[in-house]
Design a protein around this ligand. Sequence first.
Ligand code: URA
Ligand code: SF4
Length: 209
Amino acid sequence: AETATNFMPEHKDLVSLRRAAESCRACSLHQSATQTVFGEGPRDARIVLVGEQPGDREDLQGHPFVGPAGELLDEAFQLVGIQRSEVYITNVVKHFKFTETTTSRGKRRLHQKPDSREIFACRPWLEAELSAIRPNVVVCLGATAAQALCGRDFRITKDRGKILPTEWCTQTIASWHPAAILRMPDRLRRKQMHEQWLSDLTLAMDTAG
Ligand code: URA
Ligand code: SF4
């Protein structure tokens, strides 16, 4: 199967990678999405945050985590004392995947989970970002990121909040995806997930130095 490797630039610095990813056609997701949403942040970031894939707002604006999940992330940065500008924020999959539904209120684009082919096709971009940055800590937000970097058997419910070595970073930690916290219907459970999330982000920040 085709992967993003076929679209890699010769020099794998972040600027060249971002430019090359704009014309990636390694899977079909580029066909219906507006644009590639590449990672953003300093090339010497000590922390890299990895989400799943851009959502509706990210697709339209071209930046990662600028929708509702990004707002929760911004609030978390404030609470744990990290500047958004000091972390590198990216996703496992760089194009928005959705189904279009028509309701009485008009057309809506509903997020769809990327499948294993798309994750496999896109993962070279993430690997290249991590190789270019070599952060002290990688934080996986949600199961897609955690399974892409820590293996298919990784379970957020069981393994979140642990610092584990992976091929890409000796200190990799996974926690809840902010969208999963926002979607949780049970108020007490949501509060518990949010507290765990903040404590995992604090641990990541302390570990990164
Ligand atoms: N959810 C993600 O996983 N990534 C984004 O960039 C936005 C929402
Ligand atoms: Fe390439 Fe990833 Fe977009 Fe697929 S989702 S076309 S692999 S950048």
